[in-house]
Design a binder for this molecule. Structure first.
Ligand code: COA
Length: 258
């Protein structure tokens, strides 16, 4: 049995962490199952991934503390490397990803949400990096992505103090885009996914690649990445279809992913 379930509805694929007995805590098997679920994504038909957690309590309550408790430094390095590898794969995945954070997103759970392109959450969501209360640092990207999302000062405050934040504060600092009543979270994530899915898929993918690459580059090199992605779109049928459709006053252009 996998700790990650996959369900495709039209162009939207929802991956659900399914380890409720441990509030979806991330052990090596969960990371492997997440990786395998990404292997199985049909890039021809899926246009957006939604990541969420089973139940109404947790997105993921962190890396698995029981699994980490007796690790040697070498084992810890391998675990951190593996988590970072899978999360980096999500961050650079050639489809937009939406985290639908349905409860606790602590430690590795917060880090998983931050590896997604967009974060939506329920009113009962709680975010934080409480690792220093356990005698460790964040290990799945938290020391790097939180400061890129909310700024260095805020990230240091949260990581050094281990203070958790509720949904409204997470939104006010830009950690999540929007907050919904629990029952409206997945419908809202799907609606966003469907809206994304109506657009030219290769162009959406190219936007993601340019933005992901550019954020770590000086502006002169970053705009080179944009030039490359922009010009690459002109090799696609969808660019011709989209622009001809506009000029012919056509509504609801159907893009072909070509
Ligand atoms: N790793 C392993 N197991 C975890 C876990 C984690 N990160 N988070 C929760 N669990 C397990 C608990 O051990 C418990 O298992 P048990 O029923 O066998 O005792 C089960 O999930 C339910 O958690 P519990 O603590 O009883 O729920 P709660 O409602 O009292 O508290 C939290 C919820 C999220 C506040 C609390 O579980 C918590 O603080 N978790 C750890 C968060 C953390 O530090 N994450 C960073 C890890 S690097």
């Amino acid at each position: 049995m996998s700790f990650v379930t996959s369900m495709q509805e039209g162009p939207i694929l929802t991956l659900t962490l399914n380890r409720p007995e441990a509030l979806n805590a991330l052990n090596g098997q969960v990371l492997d199952d997440l990786d395998a679920a990404l292997d199985a994504v049909d890039l021809d038909t899926v246009r957006c991934l939604i990541l969420t957690g089973v139940g109404d309590r947790a997105f993921a309550a962190g890396a698995d503390i029981a699994a980490m408790a007796n690790m040697t430094p070498e084992e810890a390095a391998a675990f951190s490397r593996r988590g970072n590898e899978v999360f980096r794969r999500i961050e650079t995945f050639p489809l937009p990803t939406v985290a639908a954070v349905n409860g606790y997103a602590l430690g590795g759970g917060c880090e998983l949400a931050m590896a997604c392109d967009i974060r939506l959450c329920s009113e009962n969501a709680v975010f934080g990096q409480p690792e220093v209360t356990l005698g460790i640092t964040p290990g799945f990207g938290g020391t790097q992505r939180l400061m890129r999302l909310v700024g260095m000062g805020k990230a240091k405050e949260l990581i050094f103090s281990a203070r958790t934040v509720k949904a409204a504060e997470a939104r006010s600092m830009g950690l999540v885009n929007a907050v919904y009543p629990p029952e409206e979270l997945l419908p809202a994530a799907r609606k966003l996914g469907e809206r994304i899915a109506r657009n030219a898929p290769i162009a959406v993918r190219a936007c993601k690649a340019a933005m992901n690459e550019g954020i770590d580059l000086p502006m002169d090199e970053a705009v080179d990445a944009e030039v490359r992605e922009f010009s690459g779109c002109f090799e696609t049928e969808d660019q011709k279809r989209g622009m001809a459709g506009f000029l012919n006053k056509q509504k609801n252009i159907e893009f072909q992913n070509k």
